[in-house]
Design a binder for this molecule. Structure first.
Ligand SMILES: O=C(O)C1=C[C@@H](OP(=O)(O)O)[C@@H](O)[C@H](O)C1
Ligand SMILES: C=C(OP(=O)(O)O)C(=O)O
Length: 430
């Protein structure tokens, strides 16, 4: 399905933020790793959250759900020996489950998105698992991946953090279930470091003891621990909401988004400060962000690694700012659903934006007068590209058509319904 985005001058109204993707993934995982019955309130509903539900069910978790909650009886450290797992296009789900799969004799993660997740590298996690005595067959570090495990060893574990924090998170979730105590050391840099805060928070909520150095590069995790069955409440999602807030920032608007907690550990909480730094009029109190946009934005310079999943939406806002903006420290955007630098900027240029790239930077020469539009956009299977180009389309001179925009459902199936309820002119076409 394609989406036609027609220029829209005004947005107005209130929405409830979607539920957090990253917390939903983590709570479902720790609930599956517990032996009792856990309840997760307000889980996200999206293709990625369906992917982890499907896989943990295949691994033996018993799941019941209604509108508001999921009740899960976990399998502890004894997953059912599934032969195949299909994680869809969900990178975090794949990486987290690769470690858990090391308890199984043989399981294959299949490649159902050869043009997206199928291109993403997992070498650093594969190397760490191999050092723990797990056999891994792979296609040059990519899917399909077969894990032959049984009894993964703890002890000293090293993992590179220069491509993705998900490799470290994955090993952290596994380590407490091992027979030995573990010491995990992160080699090279650690990108998306803030996300590790969410991993540690969730592990501790599940009763796990884990010691982390202040710089998050070294960990001590005692083995033979048990994840406790608990009740968890999923908070609102900043990365998805970032696109709504950016849409409000580039239009005349009066938009309120609820359920965005000020003290959240989501790095993308920083998008509120980014927009403020771009002179967008907004308030953030009592978990409510209220934007009163006038379409005027100022350029700025930002460390994008602090809000990795919010960068594309902030770049889209910067397309209409007065002056030149710079988003630096963003190289690992190249290893996401598409190359979120080269592929994304190609689509922005089609729409009329003036953008440049470096290996680890996005530079935007703002066009406050608006961009031309009137083009077809390739979504590159990337929900965040779809949301970002929608923001641009709202302020183009001519409508834009986003091909295969249904991939927005990876994280935010209601994105266009939410925008439409705020007055955006968006229409699905076959
Ligand atoms: O741990 C997680 O749940 C995630 C970590 C981040 O990935 P990287 O660590 O690869 O940047 C983020 O982009 C992704 O959407 C979710
Ligand atoms: C990169 C993302 O997800 P994942 O790595 O889980 O596929 C994302 O949600 O933007």
């Amino acid at each position: 399905m394609d989406m036609i985005v027609t220029p829209t001058g005004k947005l107005q109204g209130e929405i409830q933020a979607l539920s957090s993707k990253n917390y939903t993934t983590r709570y479902l995982l720790v609930a599956a790793l517990a032996e009792g019955t856990s309840t997760i309130l307000y889980p996200a509903h999206s293709e990625d959250s369906d992917a982890i539900r499907r896989c943990i069910r295949d691994l033996g978790a018993i799941i019941e759900e209604d509108e508001e909650k999921i009740v899960i009886t976990g399998f502890g450290r004894h997953p059912f020996p599934a032969k195949q797992l299909n994680v869809g296009n969900a990178g975090a789900v794949l990486r987290f489950l690769m470690s858990i799969a090391s308890f199984l004799p043989e399981v294959t993660f299949v490649n159902t998105y050869p043009q997206s997740l199928g291109k993403r590298p997992h070498d650093d996690l594969i190397a760490a698992l191999q050092s723990m005595g797990v056999e891994v067959d792979h296609n040059n570090g990519r899917l399909p991946i077969t894990i032959r495990g049984g009894k993964p060893r703890g002890g000293k574990i090293q993992v590179s953090g220069s491509v993705s924090s998900q490799f470290l998170s994955s090993l952290l979730f596994l380590a407490p279930l091992l027979d030995e105590d573990s010491e995990i050391e992160v080699l090279n840099d650690l990108k998306s470091k803030v996300v590790i805060g969410q991993t540690l928070e969730v592990m501790r909520q599940a009763g796990i003891v884990v010691e982390a150095s202040d710089d998050l590069m070294r960990y001590k995790v005692p083995g033979r621990q048990k994840y406790l069955a608990q009740t968890y409440t999923v908070q609102g999602d900043y990365p998805g909401s970032a696109a709504i807030l950016a849409a409000a920032a580039v239009t005349e608007s009066d938009v309120t988004v609820h359920r965005l907690y000020e003290n959240s550990k989501q790095g993308e909480r920083a998008v509120v400060d980014v927009l403020r730094a771009m002179n967008v009029k907004l308030t953030h109190e009592n978990a409510i962000v209220h934007v009163q946009g006038n379409g005027k934005l100022a350029a700025g310079e930002f460390d994008g690694d602090e809000f990795t999943d919010g960068v594309l939406a902030m770049v889209a806002a910067a397309v209409f700012a007065e002056g030149t903006s710079r988003f630096y420290n963003v190289e690992n955007l190249r290893y996401k659903e598409c190359d979120r630098i080269t592929d994304y900027l190609a689509e922005l240029r089609k729409a009329g934006a003036n953008v440049e790239e470096k290996r680890d930077e996005i530079i935007v020469h703002g066009r406050p007068e608006g961009v031309e539009g009137g083009v077809e956009i390739d979504a590159h299977f990337d929900h965040r590209v779809i949301m970002a180009l929608t923001i641009v389309g709202l302020r183009s001179k001519q409508p834009i058509r986003i091909k295969e925009a249904h991939h927005v459902a990876k994280s935010y199936p209601n994105f266009f319904d939410h925008l439409s309820s705020l007055g955006a002119k968006v229409e699905w076409v076959k």
